[in-house]
Design a protein around this ligand. Structure first.
Ligand SMILES: C[S@@+](CC[C@H](N)C(=O)[O-])C[C@H]1O[C@@H](n2cnc3c(N)ncnc32)[C@H](O)[C@@H]1O
Length: 231
């Protein structure tokens, strides 16, 4: 059985108002596809650290996870994820709070995360982008969540466990790989997808060009899924 992404998106909108909760997008699907391809969820204790609509957590449950826990700092996302899990008839234990709380609940066999990773100019508040900006804004370098997450990975993971993180090239792929290897994990990119800029990066393209992170005129980005293993 596969959960219907469109239904999840529609439910999140209907339950909480237009764009109140991050609707599943290419990054969500890339992460879910990686989870499916690696078969890492089956029979495992899974945690989804930035759950949003709950789509990744729900897919883990659908894929046969033994137990699924999820976190989000946004109360609307938590309500939405709970409602979506209920509607999909799967058990997901959704908690309100920072992903860092997961350390108290672990260790886990599989950690999945689609964190906020979009670099954020200090004047970005002026952008006319509708939606939950805390779902994507991640500081000047896009690493507001990625850096502490990579550093905390060994605490979240049981021995033999794995972490799957999705992020953009603009948040430093090599930076994540190095950070994960520095804390003793094996880390590699296991999936890549090039996608056209959405509204957020389109609004920031000139800033990314000005700050030397984007070639003039390019309007696409590479998303990757990083797998990190604790031996
Ligand atoms: C990019 S969205 C991903 C949503 C969903 N997992 C998906 O793949 O479609 C990121 C989510 O992280 C949540 N978030 C942001 N900072 C967080 C933090 N420190 N701890 C937990 N959740 C956080 C946001 O509220 C948002 O729902």
């Amino acid at each position: 059985m596969t959960a219907a992404y469109t239904d999840l998106r529609d439910r999140s909108v209907a339950a909480e108002g237009v764009r109140a909760v991050y609707a599943p997008q290419q990054d969500s699907h890339l992460l879910i596809d990686a989870m499916r391809t690696t078969e890492l969820a089956l029979g495992r204790r899974v945690v989804d650290l930035c759950t949003g609509s709950g789509v990744v957590a729900i897919e883990a449950a659908v894929m046969g996870a033994a137990q699924v826990t999820a976190f989000d700092i946004c109360p609307r996302a938590v309500r939405c994820a709970r409602a979506n899990a209920l509607a999909t008839v799967v058990d997901v234990d959704v908690h309100l709070g920072s992903w860092t709380r997961a350390i108290e609940f672990g260790p886990f066999d599989l950690v999945v995360c689609n964190p906020p990773y979009v670099p954020h100019a200090s004047d970005a508040d002026a952008e006319a982008i509708l939606g939950p900006a805390w779902a994507w804004n991640a500081g000047e370098d896009g690493r507001l969540v990625l850096d502490p997450l990579c550093a905390s990975a060994p605490e979240l993971l049981a021995d033999g466990a794995a972490m799957l993180i999705v992020q953009s090239e603009f948040a430093g792929i090599e930076h994540s790989l190095t950070a994960l290897r520095t804390v003793g994990l094996d880390a590699e990119v296991i999936a890549r997808q090039r996608i056209p800029f959405g509204p957020v990066l389109s609004a920031r393209a000139a800033w990314l060009e000005r700050t030397g992170r984007l070639e003039a005129g390019r309007r696409d980005e590479e998303l990757v899924v990083i797998r990190a293993d604790k031996r």
